[in-house]
Design a protein around this ligand. Structure first.
Ligand code: BYC
Length: 317
């Protein structure tokens, strides 16, 4: 006798509660599938759009060594986007559909990439803070319940850790440099600190997806828990650099064993998420141009694959 949907859902939840991974061909509730398509595709888009603020500095890196490291980091991000699009494809959405959603502005990607990268110190701040925040979120996701996503995260986290160190090293060098260089590092921290805190998403009570995502172990920690973890980890790093975190309410709280911190500007956050940040329009324009300019490469690769397939058929016959 066919199992009814309630039994299937109960069995599914039992597997999750037992800590089993869900694989692409396993039965899953439609909402679980859709939530993953949403989150993984947004994550993939973030990696792809995330290349833009840094790509802006490849040709202006101050030395060959810095240029090679930045180039490698940006290439890694392209790779992360590709693993993640592949993981999302296992859930029944095509890559074309996801790219179309990104290019026509209907898909979300991380708010952080809608801020401009104005100076070389921004390459340091992005690596240190943005990749630092990404790692905290993604280490959690290596234990997420959907197998293909969790496995992609393991490799991505290894590469992110190199990215974070690359950024912190730039900050250290600037902070040990001239007054002007140190001021540039402080200015970058001032501009990237609050947007980095916003990367973790809205406060828990304002986060519509968290409750269900925690039940399904898609998320293992809430937005606020991860944000606090990031602050506790990053403030001592700013102290080592000799920089001041731009938050007058930041204070170690002995009782909580955590830093207390000031109010995030949520109006700014939602404004950026809705498409009205400083660079949202430019990012979409640049992604569309990259897609259009890459058409000849996709056409050539498709024509080559078809020729190879024809050759294999004629050899076999
Ligand atoms: N920006 O219910 P919530 C990186 C949306 S970059 C924009 O809490 P959820 C990197 C959210 O999508 C990091 N939108 O959602 C690359 C939802 O909207 P919808 C990328 C945001 O999903 C290059 C609504 O707000 N990492 O790695 O439970 C260089 C309500 O939020 C943001 C990932 O994507 C935001 N910051 O939790 C360097 C990690 N925050 O879809 C670094 C995977 C929230 O309902 N994603 N929204 O219309 C996640 O872990 C979760 O999706 C989030 C949000 C924690 C981000």
């Amino acid at each position: 006798m066919e199992k009814n949907i309630k039994d299937l859902e109960a069995e599914f939840q039992k597997r999750i509660d037992n800590g089993e991974n869900i694989e692409a061909k396993d039965w899953m509730p439609e909402k679980y599938r859709k939530t993953h398509i949403r989150q993984i595709s947004q994550h993939a888009h973030s990696e792809v759009v995330g290349m833009l603020p840094e790509g802006n500095w490849i040709s202006r890196a101050p030395s060959l060594r810095r240029k090679v490291a930045l180039l490698a980091k940006v290439q890694d991000e392209a790779g992360h986007g590709l693993y993640l699009y592949s993981a999302a494809e296992t859930l029944g959405i095509s890559r074309e559909e996801m790219i179309e959603q990104l290019n026509n502005g209907t898909a979300k990607y991380s708010s952080i990439f809608n801020y401009p990268s104005l100076t070389w110190a921004d390459m340091g701040a992005i690596g240190w803070l943005v990749d630092g925040a990404a790692i905290i979120n993604q280490v959690m996701l290596t234990k997420t319940s959907y197998g293909p996503y969790a496995r992609a995260m393991v490799r991505i986290c290894k590469e992110e850790s190199f990215h974070q160190r690359q950024g912190y090293e730039i900050m250290l060098t600037l902070c040990n440099g001239t007054e002007e260089q140190k001021a540039m590092a402080q200015d970058a921290l001032n501009r990237w600190w609050w947007p980095s805190l916003m990367m973790f998403g809205p406060r828990d009570e304002e986060s519509p997806n968290t409750e269900q995502s925690m039940k399904w172990k898609i998320k293992r920690k809430s937005n606020d828990e991860l944000r606090q973890q990031f602050i506790d980890q990053t403030v001592p790093q700013a102290d080592i650099l000799g920089l001041t975190v731009p938050d007058k309410d930041l204070k170690w709280n002995e009782d909580r064993g955590h830093y207390d911190f000031g109010e995030i500007d949520w109006e700014e956050f939602w404004n950026v998420v809705k498409g009205n940040g400083l660079c949202n329009r430019k990012r979409l324009k640049d992604r569309n141009a990259a897609w259009d300019n890459g058409k000849w490469v996709r056409d050539a690769a498709t024509a080559y694959a078809e020729r190879q397939a024809e050759k294999r058929v004629s050899k076999a016959s």
